[in-house]
Design a protein around this ligand. Structure first.
Ligand SMILES: [Zn+2]
Length: 58
């Protein structure tokens, strides 16, 4: 954790915006997000669109 030099608040902010399903907006379920950091074109929510399907990195 310390290697990333993130404050606790930054980490919480980022985690709150990470997509649970790759390519899908956290907020409205729009499912065609195709960049790593993208604002949802439908609802405007910020999404960290990371591939986390193996579930071990975060
Ligand atoms: Zn959305």
């Amino acid at each position: 954790m310390d290697n990333f030099k993130l404050s606790h608040e930054d980490a919480k902010y980022i985690v709150a915006h990470i997509n649970r399903i790759y390519g899908q907006c956290n907020q409205c379920k729009f499912d065609s997000l195709n960049k790593e950091y993208v604002k949802c074109p439908k609802c405007g929510a910020l999404n960290f669109n990371w591939k986390t399907d193996n579930g071990t990195e975060i």
